[in-house]
Ligand binder design. Structure first.
Ligand SMILES: Cc1ncc(COP(=O)(O)O)c(C=O)c1O
Length: 429
């Protein structure tokens, strides 16, 4: 079965009927026609309807998220505190957003949800706090060759500062993680395993639960970079058994520069604060400060309230669509994308070319064509994709290239977008 945009978008208005915690604009949303769910798709680029296939970099936002942001600024705009009506409303919006995120990933407590500017800030937070307090000379930190710069540089720096060693797990020829090698590498010296649940280049879902079980046996901690998984895969942090899980709100319909760190409460309480200042301590004087507990300890200064409110609206939207429906849609796009891209002469996909356990992210090179030239030529046809080193140069080098093009689809993408892409690639190639 081939999905077209109208068919898939027919699932979307369900999102508007999902109860939203703060929803003065719900009635208006309900009246909106389906096609208005993602207003950015109403525009033309280069005289053609936009085919947005750059969702792994950042997704489009549905009207529900844009409205949630506008609604916060139009009504409850205040610095959260129990002191006046607007400040109280802002505080309860932030609390509700934290609860929504906690439910979404099955975190035991909302006080384990730290809001950040994205996965990069989240991983830096863990590396500079937990890493600084726990890594010692002689320890080993295990990464994979598929890591994004944002899950590579914070750990190579933290390891260097601590005198610890970084070890790197390889992939097989299809891009699957060498679990056999990881098993051999893991020992009593392993202090941490940090890996992406889904690589931004390969699109493959890594066996997170199995890796966490391995780490537990060795007494090591696990940090999972969920930037590319949470948008697609149902994540239950308790079932996975990790210690920290990090993701970006803006890659799952939420506002730009939003993200989350989930950390186990006992670890959050034991590690030092990231930033210090207002809102993360009380009874402060020059000799002493009583540091807050759990996530609150990591939220110094005036918080971003609109960002989490918008992220919660995005989660409501995705929840109303249903994880099963989005996964089925993803799988349709994966099958269609793999089948159709194979038709382009000289195109080589980097990563698995079979469908199971994969999200619709396709990284490729075309013989004799620069990825940037390809991206520009597609842009001239109204098709948005990414090109470059994907912030994962070791991985690209592993597959013999230093740059590639990447197509990434999401809930608003259709097989028709992929057909347009393949037609354009055929013209370019
Ligand atoms: C796998 C992965 N990790 C981390 C990041 C960094 O996320 P952010 O830019 O939201 O900080 C990205 C961004 O593309 C990513 O794909």
């Amino acid at each position: 079965m081939t999905l077209n945009r109208r068919h898939f978008l027919s699932l979307l208005p369900v999102a508007a009927v999902q109860p939203r915690v703060f929803s003065s604009s719900d009635a208006r949303l309900l009246q909106q026609p389906t096609a208005a769910s993602f207003p950015a798709l109403r525009q033309q680029v280069a005289g053609r309807p936009l085919a947005y296939l750059d969702s792994a970099a950042t997704t489009l936002r549905p009207q529900a998220v844009i409205d949630a942001l506008a609604d916060f600024y139009a009504t409850d705009n205040a610095n959260p505190a129990p002191v006046h009506t607007l400040a109280r409303r802002a505080a309860s919006r932030l609390t509700a957003a934290r609860q929504t995120v906690a439910r979404f990933i099955n975190a035991p407590s909302p006080n384990e949800i730290i809001f950040t500017r994205g996965s990069t800030e989240g991983i830096n937070l863990i590396a500079s706090t937990w890493g600084a307090a726990n890594l010692r000379p002689g320890d080993e930190v295990i990464l994979t060759i598929a890591e994004h710069n944002s899950n590579l540089l914070p750990w190579t720096r933290a390891a260097k500062q601590a005198g610890a060693t970084v070890r790197v797990v390889d992939l097989d020829e299809e891009g699957r993680l060498r679990i056999d090698q990881l098993k051999q590498m893991t020992s009593a010296k392993t202090r941490l395993i940090a890996f992406s649940h889904v690589s931004n280049v390969l699109g493959l879902v890594n066996p997170a639960k199995e890796i966490c079980a391995l780490a537990r046996q060795a007494g090591a901690r696990v940090v999972i970079d969920g930037a590319q998984s949470v948008p697609h895969v149902s994540v239950d942090v308790q079932d996975i058994g990790c210690d920290f899980y990090v993701f970006s709100g803006h890659k799952m319909l939420g506002p730009m520069a939003t993200g989350v760190v989930w950390g186990r409460l006992d670890l959050l309480d034991a590690m030092p604060a990231y930033h210090v200042g207002s809102n993360m301590a009380h009874d402060v004087d020059f000799e002493h400060a009583a540091i807050e507990h759990g996530a609150q300890k990591f939220q110094a200064g005036t918080p971003d309230v609109a960002g989490p409110v918008g992220l919660a609206a995005a989660i409501d939207f995705l929840t109303a669509m249903g994880k099963d429906a989005t996964w089925r849609h993803d799988q349709e796009l994966v099958r269609h994308g793999l089948a159709r891209l194979r038709e382009v002469k000289g195109l080589r996909i980097i990563g698995p070319v079979s469908a199971p356990n994969r999200v619709p992210v396709f990284t490729f090179v075309i013989d004799g064509k620069s990825p940037v030239v390809i991206a520009n030529a597609l842009d001239a046809r109204g098709i948005a994709i990414r090109a470059g080193d994907m912030a994962a140069l070791p991985l690209l080098k592993r597959f013999g290239v230093s740059a590639a093009a990447r197509v990434s689809a999401y809930v608003y993408s259709t097989t028709h977008d992929i057909d347009r892409l393949v037609q354009a690639l055929a013209d370019i190639a």
